[in-house]
Design a protein around this ligand. Structure first.
Ligand SMILES: [Zn+2]
Length: 452
């Protein structure tokens, strides 16, 4: 449906431009694309200059991905015919595949080596690390997630947090940094209070590689040529939260997220240096816009390069203000799962020289730890019945509603700005008003849960 909507919107411009390639591209869109599956990415270019009209036209086209807009221009990914179409319009661009010839791929670990490293964590620290696969990629590789927590085999009631990296396979920095972060926290467990408190009081999930096929292929898309960060259900399009027909990597994330109570997360990318917060798909501000800016600043402030960015004020940006995208993971995770997610762009170079990775780790390490602690800036309820489902309406101190959220598995947790709130809890036909107080994040042993 979206493809048709966008296509009819695009067709308005055709008569004046009389552009054959427009029609070819449009034909491709009609033939192949839907909200679920775009035409495979085959051409990748960097369009030079601001080009606001072109940008407007490309954003939202089901077969086109626009990414990394900056003062020099923006990236465009699309099906065969994209560059000819741009040629016809006299647009200046360069081919990103040519630019990639300069990349030094050497010394990066392979999928098998990453797997071995994750297995080593799990076997070395069996009390606090568990390695699970949440599904398989197009090529049959496992999608590994580390759970890190005390009593790791038990599903405890603790705030749940996750880091996911490299859903774009060629944006590799985050894969390396998340593995280094885990390594450091595990080594320091029991001696360093910051790592120990986090592990003891949080259920931490780390997925270093959401698109291992793409990383092995040195490409953005998965092995089906699909951009995974355009493949999630999109509220703006009225998509149902339905995994059927989506990419296997997307399906795996959707099923996993539905099985957890994750309330804070970040998703690591590369190609810029900025912390990007929802919404991506609409200009309207998020109901927790102030909180999102605060948590993004917590990340950016501890990263000297991000904080002093010349492209982004204070190193943060609203997603749609940067550029609009549909089907992204961060909007989806909050809309359907009450999981506040930001997108962190870690390095201007998507695939830096391996020798530079320690430097990127140094500049992101404090931010990564601090951001995890924010998982404790909230409040929750826990019910004796671990199977209980229900809803919680969150009211601020003045009694105004801040939204209503479903919960399951007897547990609800919400990240909130410091202050006093009322949770109107409805479960099994019973209603209760619970007063909660949220303080500046500090990792607390009880996770700020109230037992009902
Ligand atoms: Zn990306």
């Amino acid at each position: 449906m979206l493809a048709n909507k966008v296509a009819s919107g695009m067709s308005k411009g055709f008569h004046s431009r009389n552009d054959l390639m427009n029609k070819i591209l449009l034909a491709l869109a009609i033939t192949f694309s839907s909200a679920l599956q775009a035409a495979p990415i085959q051409e990748e270019v960097f369009v030079l200059g601001p080009q606001p009209e072109l940008l407007k036209e490309l954003v939202g086209h089901a077969d086109i991905t626009v990414d990394h807009l900056d003062s020099h221009g923006f990236e465009v990914y699309g099906p065969k015919g994209l560059s000819k179409w741009l040629d016809q319009r006299g647009v200046s661009y360069y081919d990103l595949k040519d630019a990639r010839k300069d990349i030094d791929w050497t010394n990066y670990p392979s999928y098998e080596q990453i797997k071995a490293k994750l297995e080593e964590f799990a076997s070395k620290y069996p009390q606090i690390v568990r390695l699970v696969s949440i599904g398989k990629t197009v090529r049959g590789r496992e999608l590994w997630v580390l759970k890190i927590s005390d009593n790791v085999a038990v599903d405890e009631i603790e705030p749940e947090f996750k880091y996911i990296s490299s859903m774009h396979g060629d944006e590799i920095t985050g894969r390396e940094l998340t593995i280094r972060l885990v390594d450091e926290m595990l080594k320091k467990y029991g001696t360093d209070s910051q790592s120990t408190d986090l592990i003891n009081n949080t259920e931490i999930f780390v997925m270093p590689s959401m698109n291992p096929d793409g990383s092995e292929l040195r490409q953005r898309a998965n092995a089906n040529g699909q951009d995974l960060n355009r493949n999630f259900p999109e509220a703006v399009r009225n998509d149902p939260n339905n995994a059927a027909g989506r990419q296997p990597e997307t399906q795996a994330i959707m099923a996993w997220q539905a099985s957890r109570n994750i309330s804070l997360s970040a998703n690591f990318h590369g190609g810029a240096v900025v912390a990007n917060y929802p919404w991506d798909a609409k200009y309207e501000r998020h109901p927790f816009d102030g909180l999102l800016q605060t948590i993004s600043l917590e990340y950016a402030n501890l990263n000297p390069e991000m904080r002093s960015s010349s492209e982004f004020s204070r190193g943060i940006t609203n997603g749609a203000d940067w550029y609009v995208l549909y089907g992204g993971m961060q909007d989806w995770s909050y809309i359907w799962h009450n999981d506040l997610q930001i997108t962190v762009e870690l390095s201007d170079s998507k695939w830096p020289n391996y020798a530079d990775i320690p430097r990127f780790y140094t500049s992101n390490r404090d931010s990564m730890i601090r951001y995890m602690e924010l998982a404790h800036q909230g409040a929750g309820i826990k019910l004796a019945n671990r199977q209980a489902t229900g809803r919680v309406e969150v009211l601020n101190a003045q009694g105004a509603s801040l939204g209503s959220y479903g919960f399951q598995r007897g547990e609800f947790y919400k990240i909130l700005p410091p202050g006093s709130y009322t949770f109107k809890v409805e479960s099994a036909g019973e209603r209760r008003n619970v007063s909660v107080k949220v303080e500046e994040s500090r990792v607390s042993p009880d996770g700020n849960y109230i037992a009902l």
